[in-house]
Design a protein around this ligand. Structure first.
Ligand SMILES: [Zn+2]
Length: 187
């Protein structure tokens, strides 16, 4: 290699690293956007709505849960059931607002955290902070990450790693386990 080629090679390498530097810089604001969605979730809450906090635990007996929930809600939230894909109208809910736990009203997601995964279940790429706990379940033999409401313990769904960037997460949620509170205040 003569000196001229060597210099060109050096310049090309420098340009390459400058490009990858740009790509890394472009990804960073996206992660910041996720943080902002989490931090500012209350901007999607209808004004005047009183919601509980994750630390106010709600513990009820199975009989009390049966009275409070309908059959399908009880099956999903209290017995780790799964609704039929495509059965929940919330899968197509696109209005601004907040998705809360159908068992205990704890806000879990906002409309800005939702995306269309085309699976037939309401899907979210992140959550309101500190509202879920997880455990591994083996119901389908392969281990899956189950998540449940930290306030009432109600089962909501499973987390998969095929979600959109930058989180790459898909919270696959049963629609019957959620209630939607539109920001407009009109149901
Ligand atoms: Zn709950």
């Amino acid at each position: 290699m003569n000196r001229r080629n060597w210099l060109q090679g050096l310049l090309a390498a420098a340009a390459g690293s400058a490009l990858s530097g740009t790509a890394a810089a472009a990804a960073a604001p996206q992660s910041k956007e996720i943080e902002a969605l989490q931090k500012n979730w209350q901007t999607l809450l209808a004004s005047g709505t009183n919601v509980p906090s994750p630390t106010e635990k709600l513990k009820l007996s199975n009989d009390e849960w049966r009275k409070r929930l309908d059959k399908m809600q009880y099956n999903v939230l209290r017995e780790d059931g799964t609704e039929r894909a495509g059965s929940s109208p919330l899968d197509n809910e696109k209005r601004p607002g907040v998705f809360a736990c159908a068992g205990c009203d704890l806000p879990l997601f906002t409309s800005e955290m939702k995306y269309d995964s085309r699976t037939g279940w309401p899907s979210f790429f992140t959550t309101i902070p500190a509202v879920f706990e997880t455990k591994k379940d083996f119901h389908l033999l392969l281990p899956r990450t189950e998540y449940h409401c930290t306030r009432c313990g109600g089962h909501h769904g499973h987390i998969f790693d095929d979600g959109p960037k930058p989180t790459g997460m898909r919270y696959c949620n049963n629609g019957v386990a959620l209630k939607f509170i539109p920001k407009s205040g009109r149901a």
